[in-house]
Design a protein around this ligand. Sequence first.
Ligand code: IMP
Ligand code: MG
Length: 180
Amino acid sequence: MEKTIRIKDKTFAVSIPEADILREVDRVAAELNRDLAGKAPLFLSVLNGSFMFMADLMKRIDIPCEVSFVKLASYQGAKSTGRVKELIGLNENLEGRTVVIVEDIVDSGLTMQRLVEQLAAHRPDKIHIVTLLLKPDRLMVNLDIEYVAMRIPNDFIVGYGLDYDGLGRNYKDIYTVVSD
Ligand code: IMP
Ligand code: MG
């Protein structure tokens, strides 16, 4: 029987088992080890969603590097411009450095675009993007996402760090919504 979980009003079924996730994490890690050797990159994990991916990815990185964590805090803009996301928790000097953003998922890409803009203001030498998941059909902005572990259809997912209303981040597999 297929493994399902219930979170609030929705039912989810396993769509990407842990072993499949880790095989793609292995592949992306090997690409990063190859491409960024000698660059002493700073890996910046975007919390909360990327915590599990970050841990598994960093265990497979064997070049000299730094590891740190930032968060995008939502707040209501002073004007009625909608939701703005502010970068918090950045303690490192990025000037002249190779920075690697580690995200859980790029959907419309607006969050990532805003993050890249904010990090660029700190004058790094280069910003690379790594994402666990990409929904290619949803991407609205022009972003160079060099490292993608998995491309998925436009369905809502939870698990392996991703949440539905704060719940579901703890599961080791990825689940896709099957019914409301
Ligand atoms: P974007 O700005 O549209 O690219 O949205 C990115 C953010 O939306 C991610 O960091 C997630 O927090 C959230 N998100 C997008 N799709 C999903 C999903 O299928 N499950 C859980 N969160 C998602
Ligand atoms: Mg996220």
